[in-house]
Design a protein around this ligand. Structure first.
Ligand code: SF4
Length: 214
């Protein structure tokens, strides 16, 4: 099976298994997704979803975040870890959005990554989920599973994985596929104990073919 065939089979099988491919972060507008994604670095989405309701109530607008004291923002997000850096980034990001982008969240990876604290993962998520553009979100699940299936050859660098997946995935499927990889990673192909015996991708998984069940 070629990489392309593996990719197309995986896209189809995961679509059947997880028809609802949605982001697990809770948000109501683009700015909130940007902030929630920044908070999700080295933190679970579930934890982020616990802190954002109070955060977004206290700072309901872009101006509120731009004018906020990072220390106060930090108090709301302390349990997400790295809270001082994240709070500083969020306030700086809001200021740049207000000053340089007229308060509108940009719609390209290139512009989004100019915002403080925004990397390609966050930028792709926003492009895909807010603007409906072909996006490849290379989080830990995506990187692990892409290598196991054999879409990548032992590539750990997120940007290189993104480039590789963009060559293999149909553009209109790539964003949803990455959301499904998160569900699949939690459900079946986990980091520590993948359930290969129950896996819908067993017959197209390079790792399973080579090594048997992990
Ligand atoms: Fe992951 Fe095992 Fe399925 Fe391969 S067969 S994708 S390693 S769970």
């Amino acid at each position: 099976m070629t990489k392309k065939e593996r990719a197309l089979t995986s896209v189809q099988r995961l679509k059947e298994r997880y028809p609802d491919a949605i982001c697990s972060l809770t948000y109501r507008e683009p700015l909130q997704l940007l902030i929630a994604t920044r908070l999700s670095a080295q933190c679970t989405d579930a934890r982020v979803n616990l802190v954002t309701p109070a955060l977004f109530e206290r700072f309901p607008t872009l101006d509120a975040f731009a004018d906020a004291d990072p220390e106060e923002v930090g108090e709301y997000i302390r349990s997400c870890g790295l809270y001082k850096t994240k709070a500083r980034d969020i306030v700086a990001m809001a200021n740049k959005l207000r000053d340089d982008y007229g308060g509108v969240v940009p719609d390209t990876v290139e512009e989004l990554t100019k915002l403080p604290g925004v990397g390609r993962k966050t930028a792709n998520l926003v492009c895909g989920d807010i603007y409906g553009k072909p996006a490849v979100v290379t989080d830990t699940h995506c990187i692990r599973i892409s290598n196991r299936i054999g879409l990548c050859d032992n590539i750990k660098d997120p940007y290189k994985v993104e480039v590789q997946l963009r060559k293999l995935l149909p553009p209109e499927e790539s964003n949803d596929f990455c959301h499904r990889l998160v569900l699949f990673g939690r459900d079946i192909c986990s980091a520590r104990a993948p359930r290969c015996a129950d896996c819908p991708l067993q017959d197209c998984c390079g790792s399973f073919k080579k090594n048997g069940a992990l």
